[in-house]
Design a protein around this ligand. Structure first.
Ligand code: SF4
Ligand code: SF4
Ligand code: SF4
Length: 307
């Protein structure tokens, strides 16, 4: 039984749906959560004569699922080496993409797990990228949720990546730190493969119902959406359309679509990351970058060295 996950995370609404336990489960019995819910434990049965008994698949397991769960740890305040405000010269102006491209070019990492959007449905999808062209087509984190760490096994075993950068909000950075600091043998392969954590500011992620609300409210199609921007300072969700027009919804009006696990989240700036990136309001000139570790520093230095 995954007793602690169930009792202290799932059944008390604390799961942030990071997907770490799904990837690290040593028996591959955790399934991706439905939007806004926790992962599901696959029930396996054995037939004995004419009756079926439920097998306790977790028996004799080292429980890497629990050791990789960010919700079973208390997190101290993250360190800050220094803070800068920067702008990107990339066409999409993304600082995260600038860091990824520079880090791959200079072989700090050999690939990344990052965020993209299905353009037809505006559903978030995880993307494993190794080339600049791929990075430049990703949408980045759009405050819509996918348990992105569930693709770790694909990145390691299918793509053969050995030094992975992960992009994600604070809870993803916490899961990555839980893995990196764990002594659980079953987590060794993940610990050795995740090299750089790029955190993005986040004060809430939303279920796909938010997209439905936007579509209904403005009588538009999902494919007309370009990107979402959280304007925390003015408490407005900014919706950028494909043709560049911008619409807005006050944040209190979309709170009901926020993931349950976000309710008790207190980390806004990804304090467990190597480097954190984000903005607070649309009026801000540039993007704030918080360098937290020497590795984060190297990644930023490489980005500055790019032409
Ligand atoms: S206890 Fe082991 S088998 Fe059970 S869910 Fe966790 S990792 Fe998987
Ligand atoms: S590891 Fe992530 S997805 Fe799994 S229970 Fe913990 S918070 Fe939820
Ligand atoms: S508010 Fe917290 S739990 Fe929710 S997505 Fe952001 S970092 Fe994760």
């Amino acid at each position: 039984m995954v007793y602690r996950l169930k009792k202290d995370v799932w059944y008390v609404g604390r799961c942030c749906e990071c997907g770490a336990c799904i990837s690290t489960c040593s028996k591959n019995i955790l399934r991706s959560p439905r939007d806004g819910d926790h992962p599901e434990l696959e029930v396996r049965e054995k037939r004995i004569g004419s009756s079926h008994i439920v097998v306790d698949t977790c028996f004799f397991c080292e429980k890497p699922c629990e050791d990789s769960c960010p919700r079973l740890r208390e997190w101290e305040k993250g360190q800050i080496l220094h803070t800068v405000t920067v702008t990107s010269r990339l066409p999409d102006t993304s600082i995260v993409n600038a860091l990824l491209i520079a880090s791959i070019r200079r072989k700090l990492v050999d690939g990344a797990v990052t965020w993209d959007i299905d353009r037809e449905t505006f559903k978030p999808i995880p993307k494993i990228v190794t080339r600049e062209e791929e990075i430049l087509t990703t949408s980045g984190y759009q405050y819509l949720w996918h348990p992105i760490l569930e693709v770790l096994n694909d990145a390691i075993y299918k793509k053969g990546l050995k030094k992975i950068a992960v992009v994600g909000p604070p809870c993803i950075a916490q899961a990555v730190k839980a893995i990196r600091t764990s002594n659980n043998n079953k987590l060794k392969v993940y610990k050795n493969s995740i090299y750089l954590m790029i955190g993005v500011f986040c004060e809430g992620a939303y279920t796909q119902q938010l997209v439905q609300e936007i579509v209904d409210r403005f009588d538009i199609n999902p494919y007309e959406l370009n990107r979402l921007i959280m304007d925390i300072k003015n408490k407005v969700l900014r919706i950028v359309m494909q043709e560049g027009l911008m619409k807005g919804i006050p944040l209190p009006e979309i709170r009901r679509y926020m993931k349950q696990g976000c309710a008790r989240c207190t980390d806004f700036t990804a304090e467990c990351a190597d480097i954190s990136v984000g903005t607070i309001g649309l009026e801000e000139k540039g993007t704030m970058v918080i360098v937290r570790t020497p590795l984060g520093e190297r990644s930023l230095k490489y980005a500055f060295m790019e032409k």
